[in-house]
Design a protein around this ligand. Structure first.
Ligand code: V47
Ligand code: SF4
Length: 384
Protein backbone atom coordinates (compact mmCIF):
# COMPACT_ATOMS: atom_id res chain seq x y z
CA UNK A 1 0.00 0.00 0.00
CA UNK A 2 1.25 3.51 -0.87
CA UNK A 3 2.04 5.65 2.22
CA UNK A 4 -0.20 8.69 2.69
CA UNK A 5 1.19 11.92 1.27
CA UNK A 6 1.64 14.75 3.79
CA UNK A 7 -1.42 16.60 2.43
CA UNK A 8 -3.59 13.48 2.56
CA UNK A 9 -2.43 12.84 6.15
CA UNK A 10 -3.24 16.44 7.08
CA UNK A 11 -6.71 16.24 5.49
CA UNK A 12 -7.40 13.18 7.60
CA UNK A 13 -6.20 15.06 10.72
CA UNK A 14 -8.34 18.17 10.16
CA UNK A 15 -11.25 19.32 8.04
CA UNK A 16 -10.95 22.95 9.13
CA UNK A 17 -10.26 24.93 5.94
CA UNK A 18 -8.29 27.66 7.73
CA UNK A 19 -6.00 25.03 9.22
CA UNK A 20 -5.60 23.39 5.84
CA UNK A 21 -4.68 26.81 4.40
CA UNK A 22 -1.93 27.02 7.02
CA UNK A 23 -0.74 23.57 5.96
CA UNK A 24 -0.52 24.79 2.35
CA UNK A 25 1.55 27.76 3.47
CA UNK A 26 3.93 25.53 5.39
CA UNK A 27 4.34 23.21 2.44
CA UNK A 28 5.10 26.23 0.23
CA UNK A 29 7.60 27.50 2.85
CA UNK A 30 5.54 30.65 3.48
CA UNK A 31 5.51 32.36 6.87
CA UNK A 32 2.34 32.09 8.94
CA UNK A 33 0.80 35.17 10.59
CA UNK A 34 0.20 35.79 14.30
CA UNK A 35 -3.53 35.10 13.77
CA UNK A 36 -2.66 31.78 12.16
CA UNK A 37 -0.30 30.95 15.03
CA UNK A 38 -3.18 31.60 17.43
CA UNK A 39 -5.50 29.40 15.38
CA UNK A 40 -2.98 26.54 15.60
CA UNK A 41 -2.96 26.86 19.39
CA UNK A 42 -6.76 27.04 19.55
CA UNK A 43 -7.73 24.43 16.98
CA UNK A 44 -4.68 22.44 15.85
CA UNK A 45 -4.88 18.82 16.98
CA UNK A 46 -1.61 17.20 18.05
CA UNK A 47 -1.49 14.92 15.00
CA UNK A 48 -2.02 17.85 12.64
CA UNK A 49 0.56 20.26 14.08
CA UNK A 50 2.94 17.37 14.68
CA UNK A 51 2.87 16.26 11.03
CA UNK A 52 3.60 19.81 9.86
CA UNK A 53 6.36 20.38 12.39
CA UNK A 54 8.02 17.08 11.62
CA UNK A 55 7.86 17.89 7.91
CA UNK A 56 9.69 21.20 8.50
CA UNK A 57 12.32 19.67 10.78
CA UNK A 58 12.97 16.82 8.35
CA UNK A 59 13.30 19.28 5.49
CA UNK A 60 15.90 21.29 7.45
CA UNK A 61 17.80 18.57 9.27
CA UNK A 62 16.78 15.25 7.70
CA UNK A 63 17.11 12.74 10.51
CA UNK A 64 19.84 14.55 12.40
CA UNK A 65 19.47 15.42 16.09
CA UNK A 66 22.10 17.59 17.72
CA UNK A 67 23.63 17.58 21.18
CA UNK A 68 26.79 18.93 22.74
CA UNK A 69 29.18 18.02 25.56
CA UNK A 70 28.69 20.67 28.17
CA UNK A 71 28.55 21.42 31.86
CA UNK A 72 27.05 24.22 33.89
CA UNK A 73 28.48 26.51 36.53
CA UNK A 74 25.87 28.09 38.79
CA UNK A 75 27.90 30.68 40.75
CA UNK A 76 25.12 31.32 43.28
CA UNK A 77 21.43 30.92 43.93
CA UNK A 78 21.31 34.11 45.98
CA UNK A 79 19.16 36.55 44.06
CA UNK A 80 17.91 40.10 44.48
CA UNK A 81 14.81 39.29 42.42
CA UNK A 82 11.66 37.50 43.48
CA UNK A 83 10.25 35.65 40.46
CA UNK A 84 7.20 33.75 41.68
CA UNK A 85 7.94 30.65 39.60
CA UNK A 86 11.48 30.23 40.91
CA UNK A 87 12.19 27.33 43.28
CA UNK A 88 15.90 27.88 43.20
CA UNK A 89 16.75 31.33 44.49
CA UNK A 90 17.28 32.58 48.02
CA UNK A 91 17.11 36.24 49.02
CA UNK A 92 20.35 37.84 50.21
CA UNK A 93 19.04 37.95 53.79
CA UNK A 94 18.60 34.15 53.60
CA UNK A 95 21.90 33.52 51.89
CA UNK A 96 22.94 31.00 54.53
CA UNK A 97 20.39 28.59 52.95
CA UNK A 98 21.92 29.02 49.51
CA UNK A 99 25.35 28.82 47.92
CA UNK A 100 27.95 31.36 46.79
CA UNK A 101 30.90 29.84 44.94
CA UNK A 102 34.28 31.49 45.15
CA UNK A 103 36.42 32.15 42.09
CA UNK A 104 38.65 29.20 43.07
CA UNK A 105 35.71 26.82 43.49
CA UNK A 106 34.47 27.70 40.01
CA UNK A 107 37.92 27.30 38.49
CA UNK A 108 38.17 23.90 40.22
CA UNK A 109 34.95 22.90 38.46
CA UNK A 110 36.59 23.79 35.14
CA UNK A 111 39.80 21.94 36.02
CA UNK A 112 37.73 18.83 36.78
CA UNK A 113 37.18 18.55 33.01
CA UNK A 114 40.86 18.73 32.08
CA UNK A 115 41.54 16.17 29.37
CA UNK A 116 37.81 15.56 28.77
CA UNK A 117 36.21 16.46 25.44
CA UNK A 118 33.65 19.00 26.71
CA UNK A 119 33.20 21.95 24.36
CA UNK A 120 31.00 24.39 26.29
CA UNK A 121 30.50 25.77 29.77
CA UNK A 122 27.12 27.34 30.53
CA UNK A 123 27.35 29.90 33.36
CA UNK A 124 24.09 31.08 34.85
CA UNK A 125 22.74 31.70 38.33
CA UNK A 126 20.93 34.06 40.66
CA UNK A 127 21.61 37.80 40.68
CA UNK A 128 23.92 38.26 43.64
CA UNK A 129 24.38 41.89 44.76
CA UNK A 130 28.10 41.38 45.39
CA UNK A 131 29.13 39.38 42.32
CA UNK A 132 29.75 42.23 39.93
CA UNK A 133 30.89 42.77 36.35
CA UNK A 134 34.53 42.91 37.35
CA UNK A 135 34.27 39.59 39.23
CA UNK A 136 32.69 37.86 36.22
CA UNK A 137 35.21 39.36 33.77
CA UNK A 138 37.97 37.93 35.94
CA UNK A 139 36.24 34.53 36.05
CA UNK A 140 35.82 34.46 32.26
CA UNK A 141 39.39 35.43 31.54
CA UNK A 142 40.74 32.87 34.01
CA UNK A 143 38.65 30.08 32.48
CA UNK A 144 39.79 31.11 28.98
CA UNK A 145 43.41 31.22 30.05
CA UNK A 146 43.13 27.71 31.48
CA UNK A 147 41.07 26.18 28.68
CA UNK A 148 41.03 28.34 25.51
CA UNK A 149 39.03 25.77 23.50
CA UNK A 150 36.02 25.90 25.83
CA UNK A 151 33.14 28.01 24.45
CA UNK A 152 31.97 30.40 27.18
CA UNK A 153 28.19 30.80 27.13
CA UNK A 154 27.03 32.83 30.04
CA UNK A 155 24.59 35.09 31.86
CA UNK A 156 20.93 35.65 31.21
CA UNK A 157 19.85 39.12 30.13
CA UNK A 158 18.55 39.52 33.71
CA UNK A 159 22.02 39.00 35.20
CA UNK A 160 23.57 41.19 32.50
CA UNK A 161 21.09 44.03 32.97
CA UNK A 162 21.83 44.10 36.71
CA UNK A 163 25.62 43.82 36.58
CA UNK A 164 26.03 46.30 33.73
CA UNK A 165 23.69 48.89 35.24
CA UNK A 166 25.49 48.53 38.57
CA UNK A 167 28.82 49.17 36.81
CA UNK A 168 27.22 52.36 35.39
CA UNK A 169 27.93 51.34 31.81
CA UNK A 170 25.72 51.18 28.74
CA UNK A 171 24.63 47.69 27.67
CA UNK A 172 27.00 47.90 24.73
CA UNK A 173 29.97 48.92 26.90
CA UNK A 174 29.25 46.21 29.46
CA UNK A 175 28.85 43.47 26.87
CA UNK A 176 32.06 44.57 25.18
CA UNK A 177 33.96 44.21 28.46
CA UNK A 178 32.56 40.70 28.93
CA UNK A 179 33.34 39.83 25.32
CA UNK A 180 36.92 41.02 25.73
CA UNK A 181 37.18 38.82 28.84
CA UNK A 182 36.12 35.77 26.81
CA UNK A 183 32.30 35.65 26.72
CA UNK A 184 31.17 34.20 23.39
CA UNK A 185 27.42 33.54 23.63
CA UNK A 186 24.41 34.35 25.76
CA UNK A 187 22.04 31.64 27.01
CA UNK A 188 18.33 32.18 26.55
CA UNK A 189 17.10 32.49 30.13
CA UNK A 190 15.18 35.31 31.75
CA UNK A 191 12.81 35.76 28.81
CA UNK A 192 9.85 34.08 30.57
CA UNK A 193 6.84 35.73 28.89
CA UNK A 194 7.50 39.21 27.50
CA UNK A 195 3.91 40.46 27.60
CA UNK A 196 3.51 42.88 30.57
CA UNK A 197 0.11 41.41 31.53
CA UNK A 198 1.91 38.20 32.49
CA UNK A 199 5.37 39.54 33.37
CA UNK A 200 3.90 41.87 35.98
CA UNK A 201 2.40 38.86 37.75
CA UNK A 202 5.25 36.38 37.58
CA UNK A 203 8.45 38.43 37.65
CA UNK A 204 7.60 42.11 38.05
CA UNK A 205 10.92 43.29 39.45
CA UNK A 206 13.43 42.19 36.80
CA UNK A 207 14.24 43.51 33.34
CA UNK A 208 11.15 43.83 31.13
CA UNK A 209 10.61 42.32 27.68
CA UNK A 210 11.95 45.32 25.77
CA UNK A 211 15.06 45.38 27.97
CA UNK A 212 15.66 41.65 27.45
CA UNK A 213 15.35 42.01 23.69
CA UNK A 214 17.61 45.08 23.66
CA UNK A 215 20.39 43.15 25.42
CA UNK A 216 20.18 40.30 22.91
CA UNK A 217 20.03 42.70 19.96
CA UNK A 218 23.14 44.49 21.26
CA UNK A 219 24.98 41.18 21.77
CA UNK A 220 24.13 40.19 18.18
CA UNK A 221 25.37 43.56 16.95
CA UNK A 222 28.69 42.88 18.71
CA UNK A 223 29.01 39.55 16.90
CA UNK A 224 27.87 37.29 19.72
CA UNK A 225 25.17 34.66 19.30
CA UNK A 226 22.44 33.82 21.76
CA UNK A 227 19.52 31.54 22.55
CA UNK A 228 15.94 32.44 23.33
CA UNK A 229 13.57 30.77 25.80
CA UNK A 230 9.90 30.98 26.69
CA UNK A 231 8.62 29.82 30.08
CA UNK A 232 5.21 28.32 29.28
CA UNK A 233 2.39 26.42 30.90
CA UNK A 234 1.48 28.67 33.83
CA UNK A 235 -0.83 31.71 33.74
CA UNK A 236 -0.15 32.82 30.17
CA UNK A 237 -2.74 32.39 27.43
CA UNK A 238 -2.19 31.47 23.79
CA UNK A 239 -2.03 35.13 22.66
CA UNK A 240 0.76 35.81 25.12
CA UNK A 241 2.73 32.89 23.66
CA UNK A 242 2.19 34.13 20.11
CA UNK A 243 3.20 37.67 21.09
CA UNK A 244 6.39 36.31 22.72
CA UNK A 245 7.37 34.18 19.74
CA UNK A 246 6.51 36.96 17.31
CA UNK A 247 8.84 39.42 19.05
CA UNK A 248 11.65 36.90 18.87
CA UNK A 249 10.90 36.17 15.23
CA UNK A 250 11.07 39.90 14.44
CA UNK A 251 14.43 40.30 16.15
CA UNK A 252 15.80 37.23 14.39
CA UNK A 253 14.73 38.79 11.04
CA UNK A 254 16.78 41.84 11.96
CA UNK A 255 19.95 40.19 13.32
CA UNK A 256 20.03 36.43 12.56
CA UNK A 257 21.82 36.18 15.90
CA UNK A 258 19.81 33.39 17.53
CA UNK A 259 21.10 29.83 17.57
CA UNK A 260 17.97 28.19 18.88
CA UNK A 261 14.60 28.53 20.56
CA UNK A 262 14.02 26.65 23.84
CA UNK A 263 10.53 26.35 25.30
CA UNK A 264 10.83 25.80 29.07
CA UNK A 265 7.99 23.96 30.78
CA UNK A 266 6.92 25.54 34.07
CA UNK A 267 7.51 23.11 36.95
CA UNK A 268 5.55 23.85 40.11
CA UNK A 269 7.36 22.32 43.08
CA UNK A 270 8.39 24.55 46.02
CA UNK A 271 7.66 27.94 44.53
CA UNK A 272 5.05 30.68 44.95
CA UNK A 273 3.09 29.32 41.98
CA UNK A 274 2.74 25.78 43.27
CA UNK A 275 -1.04 25.98 43.03
CA UNK A 276 -0.78 26.44 39.23
CA UNK A 277 -1.03 23.01 37.59
CA UNK A 278 1.67 21.91 35.17
CA UNK A 279 0.87 21.53 31.46
CA UNK A 280 -0.02 18.13 30.03
CA UNK A 281 2.15 16.05 27.74
CA UNK A 282 -0.16 16.82 24.82
CA UNK A 283 0.09 20.56 25.44
CA UNK A 284 3.89 20.27 25.68
CA UNK A 285 4.14 18.50 22.35
CA UNK A 286 1.65 20.85 20.67
CA UNK A 287 3.75 23.78 21.86
CA UNK A 288 6.95 22.34 20.41
CA UNK A 289 5.22 21.67 17.12
CA UNK A 290 3.63 25.13 16.87
CA UNK A 291 6.94 26.82 17.77
CA UNK A 292 8.59 24.93 14.91
CA UNK A 293 5.87 26.07 12.50
CA UNK A 294 5.67 29.70 13.68
CA UNK A 295 9.37 30.45 14.20
CA UNK A 296 10.41 29.86 10.62
CA UNK A 297 13.69 31.76 10.97
CA UNK A 298 14.99 29.69 13.90
CA UNK A 299 16.82 26.68 12.47
CA UNK A 300 17.07 24.92 15.80
CA UNK A 301 14.41 23.97 18.33
CA UNK A 302 15.78 22.58 21.58
CA UNK A 303 14.09 20.29 24.11
CA UNK A 304 15.96 20.77 27.37
CA UNK A 305 15.79 17.27 28.80
CA UNK A 306 16.65 18.07 32.47
CA UNK A 307 13.45 20.11 32.64
CA UNK A 308 11.19 17.98 30.44
CA UNK A 309 12.43 14.52 31.43
CA UNK A 310 14.33 12.35 28.98
CA UNK A 311 11.31 10.42 27.67
CA UNK A 312 9.27 13.49 26.77
CA UNK A 313 12.37 15.04 25.25
CA UNK A 314 12.77 11.91 23.14
CA UNK A 315 9.13 12.09 22.06
CA UNK A 316 9.51 15.75 21.12
CA UNK A 317 11.90 14.67 18.35
CA UNK A 318 8.82 13.67 16.33
CA UNK A 319 7.24 17.10 16.91
CA UNK A 320 9.76 19.48 15.38
CA UNK A 321 12.62 19.32 17.89
CA UNK A 322 16.13 18.77 16.49
CA UNK A 323 18.33 19.45 19.51
CA UNK A 324 18.60 17.89 22.96
CA UNK A 325 21.09 20.29 24.59
CA UNK A 326 23.93 18.32 26.17
CA UNK A 327 25.38 15.84 28.56
CA UNK A 328 25.12 18.35 31.51
CA UNK A 329 26.96 16.08 33.97
CA UNK A 330 24.71 16.79 36.96
CA UNK A 331 25.86 20.40 37.07
CA UNK A 332 22.54 22.27 37.29
CA UNK A 333 20.00 22.48 40.10
CA UNK A 334 17.40 24.86 38.57
CA UNK A 335 15.00 22.11 37.51
CA UNK A 336 15.61 19.43 40.11
CA UNK A 337 14.67 22.05 42.74
CA UNK A 338 11.47 22.81 40.81
CA UNK A 339 10.31 19.19 40.77
CA UNK A 340 11.63 17.83 37.46
CA UNK A 341 11.95 14.04 37.17
CA UNK A 342 15.70 14.38 36.58
CA UNK A 343 17.02 14.88 40.10
CA UNK A 344 20.68 14.53 39.03
CA UNK A 345 20.68 15.36 35.34
CA UNK A 346 23.56 13.65 33.61
CA UNK A 347 23.79 11.61 30.42
CA UNK A 348 26.86 10.04 28.93
CA UNK A 349 27.37 10.61 25.23
CA UNK A 350 26.44 6.99 24.69
CA UNK A 351 23.16 7.35 26.60
CA UNK A 352 22.25 10.50 24.65
CA UNK A 353 22.99 8.73 21.36
CA UNK A 354 20.87 5.75 22.46
CA UNK A 355 17.92 8.04 23.24
CA UNK A 356 18.18 9.59 19.79
CA UNK A 357 18.70 6.35 17.91
CA UNK A 358 15.82 4.66 19.69
CA UNK A 359 13.45 6.91 17.75
CA UNK A 360 15.18 6.39 14.42
CA UNK A 361 17.25 9.58 14.34
CA UNK A 362 20.94 10.20 13.83
CA UNK A 363 22.86 11.70 16.77
CA UNK A 364 25.23 14.49 15.82
CA UNK A 365 27.58 16.13 18.27
CA UNK A 366 27.72 19.88 17.66
CA UNK A 367 29.53 22.85 19.10
CA UNK A 368 27.68 25.83 20.58
CA UNK A 369 27.26 27.43 17.14
CA UNK A 370 25.88 24.21 15.61
CA UNK A 371 28.96 23.29 13.64
CA UNK A 372 28.90 19.51 13.32
CA UNK A 373 31.72 17.78 15.22
CA UNK A 374 30.80 14.12 14.85
CA UNK A 375 28.01 12.14 13.22
CA UNK A 376 27.22 8.94 15.11
CA UNK A 377 25.91 6.59 12.43
CA UNK A 378 24.63 3.36 13.92
CA UNK A 379 24.12 0.36 11.65
CA UNK A 380 20.75 -0.34 13.20
CA UNK A 381 19.08 2.74 11.81
CA UNK A 382 21.19 4.22 9.10
CA UNK A 383 21.78 2.76 5.71
CA UNK A 384 25.32 3.81 4.84
O1 V47 B 1 14.96 32.05 33.03
C1 V47 B 1 13.18 28.95 36.52
C2 V47 B 1 13.56 28.94 34.02
C3 V47 B 1 15.51 29.70 33.18
C4 V47 B 1 11.60 27.48 36.66
O2 V47 B 1 20.27 28.88 26.56
C5 V47 B 1 12.00 27.57 35.35
O3 V47 B 1 20.93 26.84 26.21
C6 V47 B 1 10.49 25.97 34.75
O4 V47 B 1 17.38 29.72 30.58
N1 V47 B 1 10.00 25.85 36.00
C7 V47 B 1 17.01 29.56 33.28
N2 V47 B 1 11.46 26.82 34.39
C8 V47 B 1 17.53 28.37 32.47
C9 V47 B 1 17.71 28.67 31.03
C10 V47 B 1 18.33 27.69 30.10
C11 V47 B 1 18.26 26.35 30.38
C12 V47 B 1 18.86 25.46 29.48
C13 V47 B 1 19.50 25.88 28.36
C14 V47 B 1 19.56 27.24 28.09
C15 V47 B 1 20.30 27.69 26.88
C16 V47 B 1 18.96 28.15 28.94
O5 V47 B 1 14.92 28.64 33.90
C17 V47 B 1 14.86 30.90 33.79
C18 V47 B 1 13.43 30.45 33.86
O6 V47 B 1 12.77 30.69 32.66
N3 V47 B 1 12.97 28.50 35.29
N4 V47 B 1 12.34 28.33 37.39
C19 V47 B 1 10.54 26.58 36.99
N5 V47 B 1 10.04 26.48 38.23
FE1 SF4 C 1 16.47 35.18 40.41
FE2 SF4 C 1 16.46 33.96 38.04
FE3 SF4 C 1 15.13 32.88 40.11
FE4 SF4 C 1 14.22 35.11 38.97
S1 SF4 C 1 14.42 33.10 37.97
S2 SF4 C 1 14.42 34.76 41.19
S3 SF4 C 1 16.11 36.17 38.39
S4 SF4 C 1 17.34 33.17 39.97
Amino acid sequence: MEPLSLSAALKSASTNKDLLAIADKVQNKERITEAEGLLLFEKGELGFVGALANHIAQDLHHNKVYFNRNFHIEPTNVCVFTCNFCSYSRLYKHRDDGWELSMEQMLDMVRKYDGQPVTEVHIVGGVHPKMNLEFFCELLSKIKAHRPDLHLKGFTAVELDYMIRKAKLSIEEGLLKLKEAGLQSLPGGGAEIFHPEVRQQICADKVDGDGWLHIHETAHKLGMHSNATMLYGHIENYSHRVDHMSRLRQLQDKTSGYNCFIPLKFRNKDNDMSSVPESTLIEDLRLYAISRIFMDNFRNLKAYWPMLGRQTAQLSLSFGVNDLDGTIDDSTKIYSMAGAEEQHPSLSTEQLCDLIEAVGRIPVERDTLYNELKVYASEVWVKV
